[in-house]
Design a protein around this ligand. Structure first.
Ligand SMILES: NC(=O)c1ccc[n+]([C@@H]2O[C@H](COP(=O)([O-])OP(=O)(O)OC[C@H]3O[C@@H](n4cnc5c(N)ncnc54)[C@H](OP(=O)(O)O)[C@@H]3O)[C@@H](O)[C@H]2O)c1
Length: 327
């Protein structure tokens, strides 16, 4: 992302970013909604439900955040349905990024159109800001055909921009070339990126994205909660859902992360911010657009507070150095 793509406006408004070279302009932080309706991984319906999510949605808007990331597969369509219900009750224009999953039986371009129609119906809208291919899976429909079908949807006006997700540098470059041949630029590659997942810095994805003018959307920017400081070895508490199986959330795993978590707490204190806000600000400083998940109003409001201020260069460096030591 080039610096001119980031515009910081007056104190009352929120930083925005243009997706790719010519895509829509969205807030420089989005809200991820994988946990919205997802029982399997996140335990939706157990400690949080639609009431808490509506409060999160409203808190995000109150803080100026109007960009939400979802996918057809989240909660088997429930995430899109929930967002659709919330948007219908809101007067604020919302920008949605959703995703197409390349399932083996989706082999004809009409599958793209039908899948998008189903997402738009669940979202109760006529178009989305960004439509992303969730994974670079290839069965009977090749990437060229897929990109042509997506470019056609841009021309039909049902999507404003095209993105991919989890694409390697080579796959992203190829997708960019195909789309370009149909007159549409690739706007986004959505990748896992945080202080605990920095692979895109060394595997060529970040460099290629910068060269091509593709915006990196950073998913799991809080490392699924690890970087919020809420999970600690000295006051051990387990996360809910499938994260219990992740060794990084074990007592020993958290002890290993403690030098980084301690630094996040110290920097947060110095800026009167929270560790989550510092971790998200670090992602923004690298030139990516974070889409942290939020299950309630407090989390949404806090995550929105990652915008509007900047870490000092030595702080960014200290966090980067420590992150290299703990992963
Ligand atoms: N393209 C892909 O393949 C892909 C893959 C994964 C995710 N994503 C997208 O990226 C989004 C974000 O990623 P993610 O949900 O995996 O991880 P994340 O944003 O790193 O972490 C989200 C979790 O951290 C906790 N949390 C968030 N903000 C907090 C705060 N301020 N204070 C304390 N705890 C907080 C919440 O869980 P607890 O309260 O339970 O701890 C929340 O569900 C997803 O919602 C989805 O839209 C995309």
């Amino acid at each position: 992302m080039s610096s001119e793509q980031v515009s910081s406006t007056s104190a009352s408004s929120v930083q925005t970013i243009t997706l790719g070279a010519t895509g829509p302009t969205v807030t420089a932080l989005g809200i991820g909604t994988w946990a919205w309706g997802d029982k399997l991984f996140w335990g939706y319906g157990n400690q949080y439900g639609e009431t808490e999510l509506q409060a999160a949605f409203e808190a995000a808007i109150a803080a100026g955040i109007t960009f939400f990331d979802t996918a057809e597969v989240y909660g088997l369509g429930e995430s899109e349905r929930i967002l659709g219900r919330f948007m219908a009750q809101s007067e604020t224009p919302i920008q949605i990024a959703t995703k197409y999953f390349p399932l083996p039986w989706r082999f004809s371009p009409s599958a793209v159109a039908d899948t998008l129609t189903a997402s738009l119906t669940r979202l109760d809208t006529t178009s989305v800001a960004l439509y992303q291919v969730h994974w670079p899976l290839e069965f009977l429909m090749g990437q060229r055909k897929l990109m042509e079908a997506l470019a056609n949807e841009v021309k039909r006006g049902r999507i404003q921009s095209v993105g991919v997700s989890n694409y390697s540098a080579e796959q992203m470059t190829k997708a960019h070339q195909y789309l370009e041949s149909f007159g549409v630029p690739l706007a986004v590659n959505q990748m896992q990126y945080s202080l605990l997942a920095r692979q895109i810095e060394t595997n060529g994805v970040f460099d290629a994205a910068k060269k091509l003018g593709v915006t990196i959307l950073a998913y799991s920017p809080l490392a699924q909660g690890l970087l919020t400081g809420k999970y600690r070895a000295d006051q051990y508490n387990q996360p809910v859902g499938a994260r219990r199986l992740d060794p990084r959330f074990s007592e020993a795993g958290l002890r290993k992360l403690e030098p980084l978590l301690a630094e996040l707490r110290a920097i947060a204190q110095a800026h009167d911010k929270t560790p989550a806000q510092v971790a998200l600000n670090w992602v923004i400083a690298q030139g990516a657009l974070p889409i942290p998940g939020a299950k309630n109003a407090k989390q949404a409001q806090q995550n929105a507070g990652a915008l509007g201020w900047s870490l000092e260069q030595p702080e960014i460096q200290r966090l980067s150095d420590l992150s290299n030591k703990v992963v």
